[in-house]
Design a protein around this ligand. Structure first.
Ligand code: C2E
Ligand code: CA
Ligand code: CA
Length: 594
């Protein structure tokens, strides 16, 4: 093994031939080393000196001239733990060993880390003691920083900078391992989902939505302690891992308090945003559970929280798994139903009883049916609830609109009256933004039916959910000549004030009032009052669920203008409806039979 000094001699001899002045040769030698892109060093341990070329000096930001300097200079550059580590490593090598490559961290004058790669080799004396270490030093900081950034990006969410699913999974795995050692060391997982986040994105724009998520991430991080993990799983879902062992009662209390803080008004782009959240809580206390199970359970509990009415914390219990499995079954089946065209509409006639002796069918209400629903044992209501939850109801709604337009066009061609109409039921989700107005007008015009030929029913609770948006959408629909009625009227709470503000075409008295109208004076009074009020506001009244002729009689006397119900006609498929309207005796037969 040759040292730098010996090398010097060799290089010099090669370059200048023997006999040249040593000082000049040394200077030349330094120049060559300095010109090299590599940092070169030779550490003479016995003399406590180290040779550094210019490149090492600049890389390590040392205040010295290139050449031999006291090795105490290393103390300034390498933190003590690094010095010990390096000495340990190289101390174990002997002179016969190959060059050993290690990475080390030094600190520059500002205390910033410089990552270097040292390729060093040991020179021993005749007794085997380390005499010198010599080799090359490379600055690998750029590369290191890039690696660090990549590692960070792989484990963090690009938008909020919070840990992502990969890192969360790792931390949950860590808790599960900890549990295997000590079953008392449980932890708590909170699955947090923003209620109706889509509305914000739709109304305020995606950029604003992103800012909301970033602010929420910051708020969550501030609410929990540093040891806890706040992660974002994507879209509007955050998961918090509270590492401290606890009981389920305390965990529930903590989560409730956290939710309170989280739901305080949020300032984003100088606007105040009020949000609610649904939170699923899982106690991680089963060492045999897997990360997937833990996250799945938390997700299930979060959905249970949404079902319970949003803005709630719901702890997971095992019975929820069955419900969730059923929900998933329905969801899968429903997607297939849409793809395989297993959905269809039935139509229930709507009758005018205003100023005519016989009820006169003037339109129909389209109601959704599914070919598989009886076989698959899924009630339409349940199907719709699932579709509402997962958003499939929006696709269904568009399908209903188009199908109704097509049907009305066909009926008109077959000679149905020009003012015959189809009422369709739309989910509240359609009233979050204007898209529905565009779609409705486009489809209505495409099939060449009148604007007031396809009419919308929306349930009262849906209007109350987001009144401002609903109002603007309903007003735009009205401007386009499309009628909107309020369904299930009387089941919500703010009925009167909304009726006054909204340009509804008609209101449908909820069936619950009709059911006991003959026995209950209260129901009679309510119905009478609703009809009077609606008339004052210029809104038509429809009563649905009429099953008995006495009910019909009461409503007629009370001044109700339109009715629907099994007494007069059930919801039927298109051929049946055709027959119904062609054969007027059909309705007479029904009336006579009742
Ligand atoms: P809704 O809009 O209040 O519809 C009236 C419901 O009452 C229908 O049930 C209808 O079959 C039933 N009905 C009509 N007359 C009588 C009667 O005399 N007696 C009794 N007992 N029931 C009567 P259906 O078809 O099961 O629909 C239930 C609910 O599902 C609907 O209530 C509506 O909210 C929703 N729905 C139905 N089709 C659609 C759809 O295409 N889209 C959306 N978003 N919702 C729909
Ligand atoms: Ca309806
Ligand atoms: Ca209804």
């Amino acid at each position: 093994m040759k040292t730098v000094r010996q090398l010097t001699g060799q290089v010099m001899q090669g370059l200048f031939g023997p006999g040249k002045d040593t000082q000049a040769r040394n200077a030349r030698y330094h120049d060559i080393l300095d010109a090299s892109n590599s940092g070169v060093f030779e550490w003479d341990i016995s003399r406590r000196e180290i040779f550094l070329n210019r490149r090492v000096i600049t890389t390590l930001q040392i205040e010295a001239e290139p050449g031999w300097v006291p090795d105490s200079i290393l103390m300034e550059v390498f933190p003590e733990y690094e010095r010990n580590r390096l000495m340990n490593l190289y101390g174990k090598l002997d002179g016969d060993d190959e060059t050993r490559r290690v990475e080390a961290v030094c600190l520059d004058r500002k205390g910033e880390k410089i990552f270097v790669q040292i390729s060093g080799r040991v020179v021993t004396d005749e007794y085997g003691n380390t005499e010198k270490i010599l080799g090359l030093i490379h600055d690998v900081s750029q590369q290191k920083k890039r690696e660090e950034r990549l590692r960070h990006e792989a484990l963090h969410d690009y938008l909020t900078g919070l840990p992502n699913r990969t890192l969360l999974v790792d931390r949950i795995q860590h808790i599960l391992t900890r549990l295997k050692r000590n079953s008392d060391l449980n932890a708590t997982l909170l699955f947090i989902d923003i209620d109706n986040f889509k509305t914000i994105n739709n109304n305020m724009g995606q950029g604003f939505g992103d800012d909301v998520l970033v602010s929420l991430g910051e708020r969550l991080t501030n609410i929990v302690r540093a040891a806890d993990t706040v992660s974002r799983l994507g879209s509007d879902e955050f998961v918090i891992l509270l590492e401290d062992p606890t009981t389920s009662d305390i965990a529930h209390m903590l989560a409730t308090r956290l939710l309170e803080k989280l739901q305080r008004p949020l300032r984003v782009q100088n606007k105040i945003v009020n949000l609610t959240f649904s939170v699923g809580l899982v106690l991680i206390d089963d060492p045999d559970a897997s990360v997937e199970i833990v996250l799945g359970d938390a997700d299930i509990a979060m959905y249970a929280a949404k079902d319970k009415g949003k803005g709630m914390v719901v702890p997971f219990d095992t019975t929820m798994r069955k419900q969730a499995a059923k929900r998933l079954d329905i969801e899968t089946a429903l997607r297939q139903a849409i793809d395989n065209e297993e959905l269809y509409l039935v139509y229930q006639p709507i009758f005018s009883i205003d100023g005519c002796d016989e009820p006169d069918a003037i339109g129909v209400e389209a109601l959704l049916r599914w070919t598989k629903s009886t076989r698959g044992n899924i009630a339409p209501g349940e199907l719709l609830a699932v579709a509402e939850e997962n958003g499939l109801i929006e696709d269904i709604g568009l399908w209903v609109i188009t199908t109704a337009c097509k049907q009305l066009a066909r009926w008109q061609k077959e000679g149905f009256p020009a003012d015959f109409y189809i009422n369709i039921n739309l989910s509240s989700r359609h009233f979050d933004d204007d898209a529905i107005v565009e779609y409705m007008t486009r489809e209505i015009d495409r099939y060449g039916v009148p604007r007031n030929g396809i009419r919308i029913e929306i349930v009262e609770s849906a209007v109350i959910r987001n009144p401002e948006n609903a109002l603007s959408v309903i007003e735009r629909l009205k401007d386009e000549g499309i009628f909107v009625s309020i369904d299930d009227f009387g089941t919500g709470f703010s009925s009167l004030s909304y009726l006054h503000r909204f340009p509804f075409y008609a209101l449908k008295i909820d069936r619950s009032f009709i059911i006991d109208v003959l026995e209950s004076e209260a129901s009679q009074n309510i119905i009478t009052a609703i009809i009077l009020m609606a008339k004052k506001l210029g809104i038509r009244v429809v009563a649905e669920g009429i099953e008995e002729s006495d009910q019909l009689q009461f409503l007629k006397t009370a001044g109700c203008e339109m009715v629907q119900g099994y007494l007069l006609a059930r919801p039927e498929t298109t051929p049946e409806v055709d027959r119904f309207f062609v054969d007027a005796e059909w309705v007479e037969a029904r009336l006579a039979g009742s």
